[in-house]
Design a protein around this ligand. Sequence first.
Ligand code: PEP
Ligand code: MG
Length: 578
Amino acid sequence: MERLKGIGVSPGVAVGRAVVLTQRSEVMRFPIPPDRVEREVQALKEARDQSRHQLQDISARVSHGPGSELAALFDAQILMLDDPMLVGNAEQIIRTERVNAAWAVHRAYEGLYELFASMEDPYLRERENDIADVAGRLRMNLRHGARGPRELLSQIDGPAVLIADELTASVAAQLDWSRVQGFATDAGSRTYHTAILARSLKVPAIVGLHDASLRVAAGTAVVLDGTTGELVVAPPPDVIDEAHRRAARPRRRSGLHSEPGPVVTRDGVRVRIEANIELLEDLEYLNESGAEGVGLYRSEFMLSGRPLESVTEDEQYAMYRSLIEQVAPQPVTIRTFDLDERQISHEHPRYERRRTRPGLRGLRLGLANPALLRTQLRALVRAAAHGPLRIMFPFVTAVEEVRQARAMLIEAEADLHSTGSIKVGAMIEVPSAALAADLLAPTVDFFTIGTNDLIQYCLAVDRTDDRVSDLYEPLHPAVLRLIRLVRRAASRCRIPVSLCGEMASDPALVGLLIGLGLTEFSMTPGAIPIVRQVVQELSLAEARRLAGHVLRLATAAEIEQYLFDALAASAIQRSPSS
Ligand code: PEP
Ligand code: MG
């Protein structure tokens, strides 16, 4: 038995057999029962034959015409297909380790890769790219195009716990969560997108385990506790029995329900709390959570890994309309797609991990691909006829971007003969936007502070990189100063400002945020009842005093200690026995 410790991001207990997904190689590893071995070997051989035909075809095509010298490269790749070190080794791995063929090809490829990489001869060292191509082609043919993670999971008996190096939201959205009891990832911090999704799905989850995807063998029994952040690998039967008892208890849904409607502090200040949602199913919890509308709909989740161009204007319109009608008369804030280059790339995924380059993301990406943004804006304008809608642009960094995006919206409104009453907002989640908030404020109808990104860009801490997750610090004095700056700029221009990062859903921080002048929040629906309760118990006067003191402290650790002491003191003051 081994105990691994990470950060619990979504409470509950999950018990099952480990399914290991390593996206750095885009390959899922899973155990197969003995009677499936021959089928996997057969699939491997068919993939080799198919790959050979494809390569012969390509070689024949390029040999006539310009670039005919490339034909030799493909001929060399055909020879590699017959190299016993690749397909032969992969077959051996399927038989001895009883794993799926795609994983076996990946393992065999890694062995060859190391061999080539260690060669002195630069020409031979270069050949590693060809091996990568051949292995990738084999795996592509094994996938038959459509075999996504959902289908792979369906080949496993019984409940599963997913262990991944990282889990992108698009893959998470494709998984069958009735089979996957919970998940754990090597990367991540509390704000990791997938953790947010896990909470929406009410699936126990742990992130920041560093190397669990390498240490946990597929098929091993595991117990995952999303509350304590502990992953127990190969536990003895009594631990499994105990975990089953705990897992059987209803998960999450803390039992706290709220009446919908406004919430006020002890001294009568009205605080508005809306919900962040990713899936239409989240709406089920909206009413009982007491949310006063949707403050952030992450529209990119509707794509679930599909290519952006394949989602038509009509399909988007139907989806947005349904969302708006279900939430009306409360408002819905739909954020335009917040994607990065990698997510709209047409390239075939390669085997090595490609770190997303920061830059072309969110609104910038939309402006660089105007047809995509235009389609989304048109769908939104049409949907706005069915209830109150606000449009929000993600990852805004400069005034010009907002101007351009608004011009496109005006064009769509004119084209569709709309009255043009849609409110338009900018997410403030990059330091440049926060620092220039006074210049941005006159260009929009509202601001929404996205602390998840604001923290990572302010502190230069990649929110998906476990090596620096300790440095991801919402209470860093610079972060708090940026929030205050944005709130002040909004007040001066008399536009509303809300905060929708994960920070808002931390009951320990909401008092500080109210003290900094914020009275509008949007958060994961599960957190709303408890945050509402905290709000009702505090007073604006106290919160202001608290924030005033905090802003004079120099380090996040001092701030955290001060907040903790203040919370403890007020809890003592309010306890019934005092
Ligand atoms: C944020 O950055 O705080 C935010 C809410 O957006 P996302 O988490 O979707 O990047
Ligand atoms: Mg963001």
